[in-house]
Design a protein around this ligand. Structure first.
Ligand code: HH2
Length: 293
């Protein structure tokens, strides 16, 4: 599609992201990461996909609905969540990653903060690591991702899931988030990860009050200063529930609104539970923004 005003290029820089055998073009249209939570306690779908066969079927459905990447996680990071022992997390995610990597036809990401879990998942066919701690929790995780030549998502979180929502405070929200993401990207590069394989994420809901989440989404383009693709995960989160006074199961329209706004503010990749409806909404947004529908 033509871009007479050059606006789409100005809004979103183009990147190509290597994920194993697949090269994902980022920036032309908004890419989607579909969420596969193999957990009993995730905030919106805990327990639904704890059975490996149900998780695999769900992942295959999300891929058929248009997910560009599937993100498999075995530990909830919702506020106050209990840490999951490594052996249990391995037991939950590895069989699901193996099946999806073989059958889904799209790259698989592992959502973990633990090096041992990442290592096993990468061995089972994952090509991306989504670390909500930005390499703060497990010093070995960077090395593991580097050795496997995996892509790495560096996400911003103030504190830890156990305490992060108690009293989030920032003197300069955007400045602090950008600086901490830059520090995370530097840790990744020091661990040997190719800078071309790093993505950044402001961590919606991770040590953020309502007004912080709203400002981060509205000013997402500030993250472009980091020179890396921008990922964002607003899906069904509490800030939407606060605005609409609705439970997680009824936050789809709010999720779509947040994803469309994020795309217009420069997001390359959105991480969502409801892939089909978000895909359709983003096709319209991307057409308006001058990218491929
Ligand atoms: N949000 C969640 C988990 N992982 N990763 C990135 N990069 N960005 C996010 O915003 C993000 C994430 C929380 O959502 P969910 O996985 O649905 O819930 P839970 O952590 O309760 O399993």
């Amino acid at each position: 599609m033509s871009d007479p005003g050059g606006t789409a290029g100005a809004r979103r820089r183009r990147f190509s992201l290597r994920l194993g055998e697949v090269t994902l073009a980022l920036g032309e249209r908004t890419a989607i990461m579909g969420i596969v939570n193999v957990t009993p306690d995730s905030f919106s779908d805990g327990g639904t996909f704890l059975d490996p066969a149900a998780a695999v079927a769900h992942g295959l459905r999300l891929a058929a609905e248009g997910a560009d990447i599937l993100d498999v996680g075995g530990e909830s990071t919702r506020p106050g969540a209990r840490p999951v022992p490594e052996a249990e997390e391995l037991r939950r995610v590895v069989p699901v990653v193996r099946e999806l990597a073989a059958r889904a036809g799209v790259p698989v990401s592992i959502d973990t903060t633990k090096a041992a879990v990442a290592e096993a998942a990468l061995g089972a066919g994952a090509t991306m690591v989504n670390d909500v701690s930005a390499l703060r929790f497990d010093p070995r995780l960077g090395e593991v991702a580097a050795r496997a030549r995996a892509a790495l998502v560096i996400m911003h979180m103030q504190g830890t899931p156990g305490t992060m929502q108690q009293a989030p405070h920032y003197d300069d929200l955007l400045g602090e988030v950008v600086a901490e993401l830059a520090a995370g990207a530097a840790r990744a590069a020091a661990a040997g990860i190719d800078p071309d394989r790093i993505l950044v994420d402001p961590g919606i809901g991770f040590g953020k009050a309502l007004e912080h989440n709203l400002e981060l989404l509205d000013r997402l383009d500030a993250l472009a200063a980091l020179g890396r693709p921008i990922m964002v995960g607003p899906s069904r989160k509490a800030f939407i529930g606060r605005i609409l006074d609705l439970p997680a199961s009824e936050r789809i329209e709010g999720t779509i609104a947040a994803c469309c706004l994020a795309a217009a503010r420069g997001a390359h990749l959105v991480r969502v539970h409801d892939v089909g409806v978000v895909r359709r909404a983003l096709r319209v947004c991307d057409a308006i923004l001058g990218g491929a529908a």
